[in-house]
Design a protein around this ligand. Sequence first.
Ligand code: NDP
Length: 500
Amino acid sequence: MNFPMEYQAVKAAALRLQLRTEAFIDGKFQKTQSEKTFVSENPATGKPLARIAACDAADVDRAVAAARRSFEGGAWSRMNPAGRKKTLLAFADLLEANAGELALLDTLEGGKPIGDTTAIDIPDTIHCIRWHAEIIDKIYHHVAPTAQENLGLVVREPVGVVACVTPWNFPAQLAAWKIGPALAAGNSVVLKPARFTSLSVIRMAELAAEAGLPPGVFNVVPGFGTTAGQALGRHPDVDMLTFTGSTEVGRIFLQYSSESNLKLVTLELGGKSPQVVFADAPDLDRVATQVIAGAFWNMGENCSCGSRLVVHRHIKDELLAKVAAQAGALKVGDPLDPGTRQGPMIEKPHMEKVLGYIETGRAEGARLVLGGRQTLRETGGYFVEVTLFDEVDNRMKIAQEEIFGPVLAVIPFSTEAEAVAIANDTAYGLAASLYTRDLGTAHRVARAIRAGTVSVNCFSEGDITTPFGGYKQSGFAGRDKSVWAHEQYTELKTIWMQLD
Ligand code: NDP
């Protein structure tokens, strides 16, 4: 389904959607054993959107069994890499043919502006699947430098059954970051999407089957973290679990693994990323635009959100005025409106949590410069104004904890050493950006900040060719995207031969 980017046309297209709401197991839609469902709502209206199958341990068992059968059967896991590439490229083509529908699903369930889902989320989802498809027949195994009478082959093999547990902030895209490399490597996958955002991923599984992925290779089990998510985390026949979400739940997955079969676990977690602006930063208007993108893209519901603006005292007031002016002009509204830049928070309790942090910021003595309230109450949705705090001390709660909302804390510094110390003074280490004209400063500070991605003179997570993941409590044992993501879905095997 495609549609012109015009408000009425987008709304009409949303009404025409046919929602798939069942689990996708062994190549087909299946009812859950309990027949239980849960309601997914539209956070822009607070109204119900769909009833989704609530998978529990019994359904997870069926999905894992289907994945195991397909893996052992070899139709996918032992297929020539060129064959897997062909099927995944066909999958990407089908995603592209249905890009408008996928964008609408993420907009309706996730409250994400349609301008973002059509221009960023779904194109990146498609590109990610294509990129990992393309790489798979270009990776070589290794021959070890052994003595003449031996041959040591070092080969990479798919891990087996890979479980993915994904969050609600980039539903299709973060699913693609997991399934792209996992499927390309020959694994079979069982994915549990966040309960707020199941629809695009269920549709993706259907399209994958249509593209020729054998039954059981890509299964989707919608449901709750504490039931379906836990069942995957503890399952004795899951070989690897890859998770994106909160640091708190990431820890629980390590526990599940240690208490079950020691499955491999990779975690992509939260952040409290600094945007460091030096006094010699070029073009403060442009810096302000980038700072706003870093802080408020996806309503701040972004793990790499640049939620701390660490700025040199000499330019703080000038930059703050520019950031406030640009941020104040961001249109908050219906995510189906192509003019909207800020949609709602994902759910009411999350909106209340964000508003609670804003209250804490005031109580801690930070100066509110912009926003700070719920807005558009009449819609029934969960909208929060774009919010800016000045005079923040890095020890304050709003500078230390992940708010996951449109709240930017401004923290001044005087010296490079102080800037680096503030940037590093959190439990997290996912991303950072810095702005300076000086190449030496850029290199020194980029190396000194303990974060998985540091962007210079822009806000960026890199692209599909670069790894993404965190230092410290922002990640564990792996990276999404790039060739390194591919490696984590494979095991290393040594084959040692005696030749005489
Ligand atoms: P969670 O970490 O709770 O959820 C992420 C995924 O894990 C969801 O699929 C969720 O299922 C599942 N899950 C939750 N609890 C368990 C459990 N005990 N066992 C197994 N699976 C579980 O994120 P939230 O949605 O609750 O958001 C809370 C905070 O997490 C945010 O405010 C933000 O700080 C952070 N976050 C970070 C993200 C990132 O990109 N790094 C993404 C999302 C959130 P269910 O759908 O039932 O919750």
